[in-house]
Design a protein around this ligand. Structure first.
Ligand code: NAP
Length: 434
């Protein structure tokens, strides 16, 4: 029996557990350790609540979580309850699947003013993540700026635009649904420092903005490159740009809210007395290698809320080599050092879709199998971890405990919603106690 600890129970963690099971069958004991009492990471707290079909992949992870040689060990903090060095002493392999939960910081003057929030916090807020449930973003303002031209910027703009009715069937947290219902936001500016051909938005997500009940997307025709240039784009990108062209050509509507695509607009400062009142953007132009450079021409966008959606980073762990420039663990194809691996965003940085994490898990599982084979491990494994945690007074949560939390969340859901998440750890633990 080989013993493997995976830290993080999001998609990367579950795909890796699944891959290890395929290689080892029953000859491996896997502990999936998570600091929260609930599994699934980004599926629960990152994927937009109105994208339930994407979230449905958790059913696949559930099968892994219920198999006899996989344990969910929730409510246990690595670096607090147990250290990496201690886990390495207990397990043949330790795999970091900790994702990239921290925002990349927008380093411009005023980015610390009240009213500026990072997408990790804003997304965590509407998804009921315990760290961000109390965020209370400013919505009593007519203008919002969403900085970045990726899919997260689209998620944020769409959530700010939807009506209460359009959240039917979603699992948006009640506190966010109620706040958004009272929102005064009417003008949402999506700021891209480059142009329409440089967006990181996928067609399905972009197309959704064209079908909102009370909001319409606006693109300035003069920002679009000549139509014939679209032929040079790969097919997915061409579809996305076609959506932008459709938005630019659309007839005016009477919809209450406007989503403005501001291209070639680089935020250079955020200003206001005590709180955000405007973002100063500099008009940009592109260099031959498609980088943005400022032209010196600036203008102000009035807004009381700024959400930065400029990518994420992995928090470093003491003693684990880290690539600061790229915000991920220093690794060679998933290997950090002897017996220490990383997968998913902790390995590659925050790119790709949920499914991109699957091959990562398989690659690392193959490496572990090739290194350790199936000979008996001399390590203490799960039993030894339990002893250590009990001695420290930790309160690990099992997969069966999680299922009690899940059942309680389903029970308390508003009509038509799949669940109403608990937004604090004490509430989650109380649900286990019944
Ligand atoms: P992303 O795709 O990397 O996009 C980040 C955006 O921020 C880029 O447009 C980038 O512009 C811009 N940016 C970076 N630094 C900036 C700065 N200092 N000032 C202004 N703009 C700046 O990141 P993301 O949107 O956070 O998404 C993360 C990953 O999750 C992506 O792989 C995404 O596809 C995925 N995701 C998928 C879905 C879905 O499939 N439904 C939903 C959400 C997220 P430049 O290009 O100029 O650098």
């Amino acid at each position: 029996m080989r013993h493997v600890a995976i830290i993080g129970s999001g998609p990367a963690g579950f795909y890796t557990a699944e891959a290890l099971q395929k290689h080892y069958g029953e000859d491996v004991a896997i502990d999936l350790i998570d600091r929260l009492p609930v599994p699934y990471g980004l599926i629960r707290s990152g994927v937009a609540p109105d994208h339930q079909s994407i979230k449905a992949v958790y059913r696949r992870y559930e099968k892994v979580g219920l198999s006899p040689n996989v344990r969910f060990v929730g409510n246990v903090t690595v670096g607090g309850d147990v250290s990496i060095a201690e886990l390495q002493a207990l397990y043949d392999a330790v795999i970091l699947a900790t994702g990239a939960p921290d925002d990349r910081l927008l380093a411009i003057p005023g980015s610390d003013l009240p009213g500026v929030v990072g997408s990790a916090a804003f997304v965590g807020w509407y998804n009921g993540h315990p760290d961000f449930a109390a965020l209370a973003p400013r919505l009593d303002t007519p203008g919002a700026a969403v900085i970045g031209n990726g899919n997260v910027a689209l998620d944020v703009a769409r959530i700010l635009s939807k009506t209460t009715g359009e959240f039917a069937g979603s699992d948006i947290s009640d506190h966010a649904l109620n706040s958004l219902a009272r929102s005064d936001i009417r003008d949402i500016h999506i700021l891209g420092r480059r142009g329409p051909h440089q967006i990181a938005m996928t067609p399905k997500e972009l197309g959704e903005l064209g079908h909102l009940g009370e909001a319409a997307p606006h693109v300035r025709p003069e920002d679009l490159p000549p139509l014939e240039d679209d032929a040079l784009l790969e097919p997915g990108m061409r579809k996305s740009v076609t959506h932008l062209r459709d938005f630019a050509a659309a007839a005016p509507t009477a919809k209450r809210k406007a989503i403005h695509f501001d291209f070639f607009a680089m935020p250079v400062a955020i200003e206001g007395d005590d709180k955000v009142e405007r973002v100063i953007v500099e008009r940009t132009t592109l260099t031959e290698d498609l980088r943005s450079v400022g032209t010196g021409e600036t203008h102000a966008i009035p807004c009381g809320l700024v959400v930065t959606c400029i990518g994420y980073q992995t928090p470093p762990i003491e003693g684990v080599p880290f690539e600061h420039g790229r915000g991920r663990f220093a690794n060679a194809e998933g290997v950090i050092g002897e017996g220490l691996y990383c997968v998913g965003w902790a390995r590659r940085g925050p790119t790709g879709t949920i499914g991109t994490n699957r091959p990562d898990g398989f690659e690392v599982a193959e490496k572990i199998f090739a290194t350790f084979g199936t000979a008996n491990s001399g390590k203490g494994g799960p039993g030894a971890l339990d002893g250590l945690l009990a001695a420290r007074g930790a309160r690990p949560v099992t997969f069966q405990d999680w299922q009690k939390i899940e059942a309680a969340e389903v029970d308390r859901a508003r009509a038509g919603s799949p669940r109403e998440k608990f937004t604090s750890i004490p509430e989650m633990l109380a649900a286990i106690a019944g």
